[in-house]
Design a protein around this ligand. Structure first.
Ligand code: ASP
Ligand code: MG
Length: 426
């Protein structure tokens, strides 16, 4: 008998039918002899609807009150799910994040979990109940205010609870069959992976893959909690995310693929500071201004300066949502830095190739660029890590580019297994 933490995303509990289907699945798990803790997200798109409502009454809703509002979404689904389970003849109790012992810092709308004290959950499952926990929410250690963990935060709740309860596995149920070699919404021939390392999954999440949140994978790696990503619709085995590939019945480990997958991201914009004097301290001043505006940047590229002018251009990418803040911060330092002009471009996309195997395989970068060039895609910026190559292209090119790279690296599956069951991608 084991302890299983399961997480069900909004699309899995989108309506009464969905809630009943999830209740059945949880009961199955319990009948198989497991203790079950289920973490739920808000039904369907209800978080978006609540945000929309908040913005109708106030253009910039107060963080504390927005958290109070949004946590209501998960309360609805947890209570309904507990009722549905009881209706199947099993005992269930629902708990808010605070009741479940999810303790956070006090940063509203994107709080970090600092401790989990799941005493009540432990007691509840020990007494034979199925415990249902509202995802995405916690309580601030300092002022006891209700907090939320940032969009998609229920995954993190599940992993954090799994760690605190020393669970055997954390199952993340979603609306696709697992982690794919590319977004199955975009690449029909994307292949489901049986396994992916924490390392590669972290890079994919950081590069725009939405199936798991970066913070959730980070947490799982820190506490070494294996994650099983699977569909609540099909019941098929999904993708294991862990440190090491589980060995199959003592069989020899299959050679690790060079490339895990291709991720894309259209949520970023590109800023170019044109005509920066090529002398020490200029880049420092530019990025200090950006940092002081609390903006996280991604790629940075500086050109060699033109010999005739001694001026250079510096480009970087950042979340589109921070675009205005960044350009106004840079306008302010223009006299000090002495650059010529600013360019802001939000019609860009980032395409990334991820795989630990590229460390030891020459030619991956060349093949990546060849695939893009064969597809007629122009590269605007390039950045690399040990296990990732990313480029920025025109936003219009993103689909063609992802397809081309996916095919070039032999990732296409021969079946059309990339089924998308739900709507939101959670
Ligand atoms: N309901 C929240 C959201 O939509 C949290 C989650 O789904 O994980 O972001
Ligand atoms: Mg949601």
């Amino acid at each position: 008998m084991g302890l299983v933490v399961q997480k069900y995303g909004g699309s899995s509990v989108a309506d009464a039918e969905g809630i009943k289907r999830v209740a059945k699945r949880i009961v199955e798990s319990k009948k198989n002899g497991n203790q079950v803790v289920a973490v739920v997200s808000a039904m369907g798109d209800s978080t978006d609807e609540l945000i929309d409502l908040a913005e109708q009454v106030s253009p910039i809703p107060a963080g504390r009150e927005l958290d109070m509002l949004l946590t209501a979404g998960e309360r609805i689904s947890m209570a309904l799910l507990a009722m549905a389970i009881k209706n199947l003849g099993h005992e269930a109790q629902s708990f808010t994040g605070s009741q479940a012992g999810v303790i956070t810092d006090s940063v509203h709308n994107k709080a970090r979990i600092i401790d989990v004290t799941p005493g009540r959950i432990k007691t509840s499952v020990d007494e034979g109940n199925i415990a249902i926990v509202a995802g995405f929410q916690g309580v601030s250690q300092d002022n006891k205010d209700i907090t939320t963990l940032g969009r998609g935060g229920s995954d993190t709740t599940a992993v954090a609870l799994a760690a605190a309860l020393d669970a055997d596995v954390c199952e993340i149920y979603t609306d696709v069959d697992g982690v794919f070699t590319a977004d199955p919404r975009v690449v029909k021939k994307a292949r489901k992976m049986d396994w992916i390392s924490f390392e590669d999954m972290l890079e994919l999440a950081a590069s725009g893959s939405k199936v798991l949140l970066h913070r959730c994978v980070e947490y799982a790696r820190r506490y070494n909690i294996p994650i099983h990503v699977r569909s609540s619709f099909s019941g098929l085995p999904g993708t294991w995310v862990s440190n090491e590939r589980p060995s199959e019945g003592g069989a020899e480990q299959v050679e690790h693929a060079i490339i895990s997958g291709v991720a894309h991201d259209v949520s970023e914009a590109k800023v170019t500071v044109v005509g920066v004097p090529d002398k020490p301290g200029e880049a420092a001043a530019i990025f200090r201004a950006i940092a002081d505006a609390e903006i996280n940047i991604d790629m940075v590229v500086q050109n060699v300066s033109a010999a005739s002018t001694g001026l250079t251009d510096i480009s970087f990418t950042l979340p589109k949502t921070d675009g205005k803040k960044a350009t106004s911060a840079l306008e302010k330092i223009k006299p000090k830095v002495g650059y010529d002009s600013l360019r802001y471009d939000d019609q860009v996309a980032k395409i990334s190739l991820v795989g630990a195997g590229m460390k030891t395989n020459p030619g991956v970068t060349a093949q990546f660029f060849e695939a893009l060039s064969d597809a007629g895609v122009n590269i605007e910026l390039i950045s690399t890590s040990e296990i990732r190559i990313s480029v920025v292209t025109r936003a219009d090119d993103v689909l063609g580019a992802v397809q081309a790279v996916h095919t070039s690296f032999g990732l296409d599956s021969d079946s059309d297994e990339a089924v998308v069951y739900g709507g939101t991608g959670r």
